[in-house]
Structure formats: structure tokens, C-alpha cells
Design a protein around this ligand. Structure first.
Ligand SMILES: [Zn+2]
Ligand SMILES: [Zn+2]
Length: 348
């Protein structure tokens, strides 16, 4: 509660914490993560310290561990779908009370002053900071975060169910808006993992017709269980023209496939932070008729706040697979090899 927390809420709990770090990026089966012991982080001005209850496993963590995304500093701790309890606050931090449950997402900070921040597009900030890339993330016992970028979580959401909403959910929601499907329209979803299975729930609850194209029997089964109108293979043609589509799979070769499925004037939004190369496009078959191809870059805090409220109201619930924090490498390997449907969550 603001005012009741001492200027430095640290309660003298020194000591060590365990954290996974990206040692040397490499294919996940070669063990790029290493577990280290480090000092309990102290929150700086405006920061809160969060005791991590659980942390979702996002494909971005895999890209970081494998070097598709270059680590921006040595020995960074991945993880940006963090649910935990505020147990210390830094100077001037007064948004959260000690003991409050919070969510720490991917967007960790912006400069607040660049031309994009000033016009409300902070997802395009030219000097952004990201949890689990610039700042140590949630594959650990504790982390610190700028309180202005931390979310309160709806009470009804259990920890494990809340974690995947914090990146997979929020980015998928932004991608859905970018795909700009009109009310009652037809949405195509290419790839069906942690983000897509949440986005599909929102789209279906909003009355869209949802066509899912994905490899993997478990993913196809999950899509059908959630009520998708049509489920097909990753590169199958769509049974009807799409009013918008989202590419979740990090597979550039699916871009022309999805573009061909679009109706005139429709948009394909690419949700991932990393995509393999896109093959040459055929202008007439894949772009003409004012079809659009656009990327989705991070999110604004407004996207996150809106999505968490919407997810609570619509009852969006991730399908999760729990792993102990000690088995983070196994969770990442299982994600890489498509061994589960839905979203993995690491527990302390
Ligand atoms: Zn900025
Ligand atoms: Zn993520």
C-alpha cells in the first residue's frame, strides 16, 4: 500500500538465489543453459523485487538460448512470463504492496521520450528493454522489475494459468488486432502453440470463424477441442478465403502459403520475434489485391492491460504443462521438439 512501505522495503533478506543463465548459445540439446547461484537482487529506484512463483516458457527463450536472438549481455537469465510475489521495493516504488501478486512481462522498460513513445507506440521504442534479454528474467528464484511495467493479475487466475498470458497471451492479442478481421469474419491461424491457443480462444469468444493450420497431432487435437471451425496441416490450403491471418510458427516458408489464403484486402500478421527467411513472393498470387503483410513488434502496456481484463472476462485459460524450475532445459527441449501442446510453465 503506498505510503506504508518504507522507502527501501528491503527486509534484510540477503543471501543467494538460484538462476538459470544462457551460458553460450547453442542448439538446445547441447545444453546452452547453466544453473548458477547469485546474490539476491536488490531493487533499485522505482523497482520491485519479485519472488518467482512460476515462469512461463516462451519460444523467445528458445531463440535466445539457441542464438537466433543474440544475447545482449553475458549470462542473462531468460524468462518473461513471470508470476510472483513482491517482497521488496526500491526507493520511490509505491504501486505495489509487499506480498502482492504480480506479473512481470516481456516489455521491461522504454525511454518514454522517443518519437514513438511520445505518440503512444511504445512497442516501437527505439531504446526498449526486455525482461529475460536485457534484464535477468524469471528462470530464477527472484528478479527485479520496473514497477511501471508490472501488471496486477486478475484474482481468479491461478499462478500457472496466469504466466502464459503475460507474453504469449498479450502478443497474440496484439497480433489478433493487427490481423484486423471484421466482426464475424474468418481468421486463419498458422502454428498452434502457447500464443496461438490463447488467441484462438479470444477470437472464438468474439464470434470469429477460426481456421487452424498446424503440424503435430497434439496441437491439432487441442485446436479442435477449443472449438476451431477447421483444423488442417501446416501448409494446407484454406477451405475458404480468410479475412485475416496470424503466423505464429517461426517458419518463413508459410508466409506465401498464408498470403495465398487471404481474401482481397486482408492482412497477414507475423506474431513472432524471429522468423526463418521468407521465400520469394509471387506478386500476383500472394500480394496483389491489396493483401498486406505486417509484423507485430512487442506490445504496449495498454495492450497488456486490455488483454488481461479481456482474458479474465472471457475466461481464457491456457493449457499448461508444469515443470520444476530445476528442469528448465528439459522444458525448452520439449518446446523445441514439439513434445507438448499448449504452454510450459516452470515452478519454484
Ligand atoms: Zn521510446
Ligand atoms: Zn515471449
Amino acid at each position: 500500500m503506498p505510503g506504508l512501505v518504507p522507502p527501501c522495503g528491503c527486509r534484510g533478506q540477503g543471501g543467494a538465489v538460484q538462476a538459470w543463465v544462457v551460458d553460450a548459445p547453442a542448439p538446445v540439446d547441447r545444453g546452452p543453459l547453466r544453473r548458477v547461484e547469485r546474490d539476491l537482487p536488490e531493487p533499485g529506484p522505482g523497482q520491485v523485487r519479485v519472488r518467482v512463483t512460476c515462469c512461463g516458457v516462451c519460444r523467445t527463450d528458445l531463440h535466445l538460448a539457441e542464438g537466433d536472438l543474440p544475447p545482449w549481455r553475458a549470462a542473462v537469465t531468460p524468462g518473461h512470463e513471470i508470476v510472483g510475489i513482491v517482497d521488496a521495493v526500491g526507493l520511490g516504488a509505491d504501486r505495489f504492496a509487499l506480498g502482492e501478486r504480480v506479473g512481470v512481462p516481456w516489455l521491461a522498460g522504454t525511454d518514454g521520450s522517443c518519437r514513438f513513445c511520445r505518440r503512444g507506440d511504445e512497442n516501437l521504442c527505439t531504446a526498449p528493454r526486455f525482461t529475460g534479454w536485457d534484464l535477468d528474467g524469471g528462470y530464477a528464484d527472484a528478479c527485479v522489475a520496473d514497477e511501471r511495467f508490472v501488471y496486477r493479475l486478475p484474482d481468479r487466475l491461478p499462478d500457472e494459468q496466469a504466466a502464459p498470458l503475460l507474453c504469449a497471451g498479450i502478443i497474440g492479442y496484439r497480433a489478433l488486432r493487427c490481423a484486423a478481421v471484421p466482426p464475424g469474419g474468418r481468421l486463419g491461424i498458422y502454428g498452434f502453440g502457447g500464443s496461438a491457443h490463447l488467441t484462438a480462444q479470444v477470437a472464438l469468444a468474439q464470434g470469429l470463424r477460426v481456421h487452424v493450420f498446424t503440424r503435430g497431432e497434439a496441437n491439432r487435437r487441442l485446436a479442435a477441442e477449443l472449438g476451431a471451425d477447421h483444423v488442417g496441416g501446416a501448409a494446407d490450403p484454406s477451405p475458404e478465403p480468410l479475412d485475416g491471418a496470424i503466423l505464429f510458427a517461426p517458419a518463413g516458408e508459410l508466409v506465401p502459403v498464408a498470403l495465398r489464403a487471404l481474401d482481397r484486402g486482408a492482412t497477414l500478421a507475423v506474431a513472432g520475434i524471429w522468423l526463418s527467411d521468407i521465400p520469394a513472393l509471387n506478386y500476383a498470387a500472394e500480394l496483389f489485391d491489396e493483401r498486406r503483410l505486417r509484423s507485430v513488434t512487442a506490445n504496449t502496456r495498454r495492450d497488456g492491460g486490455e488483454f488481461l481484463l479481456l482474458a479474465d472476462r472471457l475466461g481464457v485459460r491456457p493449457t499448461t504443462v508444469a515443470y520444476p524450475m530445476a528442469e528448465a532445459p528439459r522444458a525448452l527441449a520439449d518446446l523445441a521438439h514439439g513434445r507438448f501442446a499448449g504452454a510450459a510453465v516452470l515452478h519454484n
